[in-house]
Design a protein around this ligand. Structure first.
Ligand code: NAP
Ligand code: G4F
Length: 342
């Protein structure tokens, strides 16, 4: 019998890579997608439309993580071996604009799934993965963050994800559910949503190179992130659920770059030399004497996480997980994708 996996958030960046990984491993993959007025399945259409066997193993269901009835019904009907909760309002800046919805989806969403596992007596059968985030470290309390670093979230998104993290541990301890948290640092890919900073920078600089755009407007250029490739991180999610016991794992590269350094890596791969002039909101990046990068107040957050870098040595030791794709390779792949679109 093939193993059955259920992915909430299947249409997202990670949902699409995880589906590919699980199908390759021989799973039947069920995914939950939301009804939308425009098509929202682009990231998984290549799987869904594949004429070969893979298609019969990839089944999509309509549902919403804020709807307990449908979450419960889908889990009962499928009775999956593994559930991956990737569904979330995942944009930190947007969480300041829609804090209540973010809490409903990102915090209570995890609870709804865990309750359904418990209620339908699947505690002994169904393993649960919660998509936790380095954003929970917030205003950091340790220079390099690991599983023992105290959380200190500073966004509605980070606070909501912290609830999901703790309720996962609570259901593990109270009901013996195999429920694990990944604490994943930023991970990117050509499939990254257009409004996240890496995708926004790569897409805009490619267009500027091709003379299809004049200026890229950004917010905080000095925040530092630990960026990996989504494909590597989705493999880690699967490994977390294959471990002999439920546990929590930091997944990160251990390397850190500022937004400005990221811009310089992209521009150097595009052979575009950037010179920086000005300070604060007036800082600009010039290429061939023209200002191609500028700051705009609207891209600054009420509070911003300034400094993230993870230590994934627990995952390396216990799960034998290590990132395979470095930042320069990731950028190369993202540039290639954007250039092919233009
Ligand atoms: P993403 O591209 O924004 O995907 C989020 C997914 O959740 C999409 O499929 C989205 O559906 C779905 N979703 C949103 N609200 C929903 C709702 N109410 N009901 C059902 N589905 C809903 O995010 P990602 O980058 O793949 O990240 C996956 C998960 O990991 C998220 O939980 C995110 O918070 C977390 N995470 C991400 C990172 C990262 O750097 N990428 C790091 C740490 C943790 P639509 O396609 O219809 O919008
Ligand atoms: O790309 P970002 O929006 O990612 P952020 O806020 O770190 O969140 C991502 O990673 C988290 C893991 O730590 C995930 F949990 C979360 O779901 C999401 O995937 O912004 C990165 C940094 C921030 O400091 C932001 O202020 O880039 C800065 N930034 C500067 N200008 C910008 C912009 N971010 C965006 N999105 N757009 C800008 O114009």
């Amino acid at each position: 019998m093939k193993k059955k996996a259920l992915i909430f958030g299947v249409t997202g960046q990670d949902g699409s890579y995880l589906s590919e990984i699980l199908l390759k491993k021989g799973y039947v993959v069920h995914g939950v997608k939301r009804r939308s007025s425009s098509i929202n399945t682009q990231r998984v259409d290549h799987i869904y439309q594949d004429p070969h066997e893979i298609k019969r193993n990839f089944i999509l269901h309509y549902g919403d993580i804020t709807d307990s009835t449908v979450v419960s019904k889908i889990i009962k009907e499928i009775s999956p071996d593994e559930i991956y909760n990737l569904a979330a309002q995942s944009h930190v800046a947007v969480s300041f604009e829609v804090p209540e919805y973010t809490a409903n989806a990102d915090a209570l969403g995890a609870l709804r799934i865990l309750e359904a596992i418990r209620f339908h007596k699947l505690a002994k059968k169904t393993k649960f993965y919660q998509a936790g985030t380095s954003e929970m470290f917030g205003k950091i309390r340790e220079k390099i963050q690991n599983e023992n670093t105290p959380f200190n979230p500073i966004s509605p998104y980070g606070v909501a994800k912290q609830y999901a993290h703790w309720i996962t541990i609570n259901y593990r301890k109270a009901y013996g559910i195999f429920a694990s948290n990944g604490i994943l640092f930023n991970h990117e890919s050509p499939r990254r949503g257009e409004t996240f900073v890496t995708k926004k920078i790569v897409a805009a600089l490619c267009k500027i190179k091709l003379k299809k755009q004049k200026t890229l407007f950004l917010g905080n250029l000095y925040a530092k992130r630990d960026w990996g490739h989504a494909k590597d991180y989705c493999e880690a999610m699967w490994k977390i659920l294959q471990h002999k016991k439920p546990d929590d794992f930091v997944i990160a590269t251990g390397k850190q770059y500022s937004i400005k350094e990221f811009i310089e890596i992209v521009s150097s791969q595009l052979n575009m030399k950037i010179q920086w002039r000005g300070k604060g909101i007036n800082e600009k990046g010039y290429h061939d004497g023209k200002p191609i990068i500028a700051c705009d107040k609207k891209y600054f957050r009420p509070l911003d996480v300034e400094d993230l870098i993870g230590n994934a040595s627990k995952a390396a030791k216990i799960l034998k997980w290590k990132p395979k794709i470095n930042l320069k390779q990731l950028v190369k792949e993202m540039i290639q994708y954007e250039m092919d679109l233009n």
